[in-house]
Design a protein around this ligand. Structure first.
Ligand SMILES: O=P(O)(O)OP(=O)(O)OP(=O)(O)OC[C@H]1O[C@@H](n2cnc3c(O)ncnc32)[C@H](O)[C@@H]1O
Length: 172
């Protein structure tokens, strides 16, 4: 089975690879467009980005399964939350979607995003590190390393694969 991952971000690629079990699995990772804003600003937009990435991945890579993972933020009356979504697409099935754990972003980060900055560079600046988005992620920084981005996306990926297996077993 050929699984195409719609990103070359190592935190995402490792997260997907370790979510699948079984034999004869071939993985390929491709940079594909999300066709949403560089910084998605709602659950709706972030889900759409994940689905778009999954669709582009399966088509471009000529795979059996396409996976898209997308990071964004979502405004609530309690503040701006980090949100992450994943989508799995395969022929003959509606897209399967799953969401990741979410945490409230500090006010100083939220302000910068509301002023149009992107979370990736803002996190590097805030944490005085390079490529936070490819490593522990904002979730890793703000949970003191207890939950990192790969782990969070691995949970999302397992929820995608598990739902896919359930539907396949039921013959849906
Ligand atoms: O290489 P790709 O797959 O594009 O990965 P990405 O991290 O750049 O892209 P996402 O679409 O997942 O995230 C959208 C934006 O939010 C940033 N972002 C999202 N979650 C983040 C996190 O946990 N830590 C740091 N930046 C994050 C990210 O860097 C982008 O600027």
């Amino acid at each position: 089975m050929k699984i195409i991952i719609g990103s070359k971000n190592p935190a995402k690629v490792h997260a997907v690879k370790t979510a699948f079990t079984g034999e004869n699995l071939i993985f390929e990772s491709l940079n594909v467009p999300s066709e949403v804003s560089e910084q998605p600003f709602s659950d709706e937009e972030t889900i759409q980005g994940a689905i778009n990435r999954a669709n582009h991945a399966i088509n471009l890579g000529n795979g059996d399964i396409g996976i898209g993972l997308e990071g964004g933020v979502h405004q609530t009356k309690h503040g701006l939350f980090l949100c992450n979504w994943g989508a799995l697409v395969t022929v003959g099935m509606a897209p399967i979607v799953a969401g990741g754990a979410r945490i409230l972003l500090p006010e100083e980060i939220a302000k910068r995003l509301l002023n149009g900055e992107e979370l990736g560079p803002v996190m590097d600046d805030y944490a005085k590190k390079k490529n936070v988005r490819k490593n522990e992620g904002a979730i890793g920084i703000f949970t003191n390393g207890l939950v990192n981005r790969e782990e969070m996306f691995n949970h999302v990926s397992k929820m995608l694969v598990g739902q896919y297996q359930y539907k396949m077993n039921k013959g849906e």
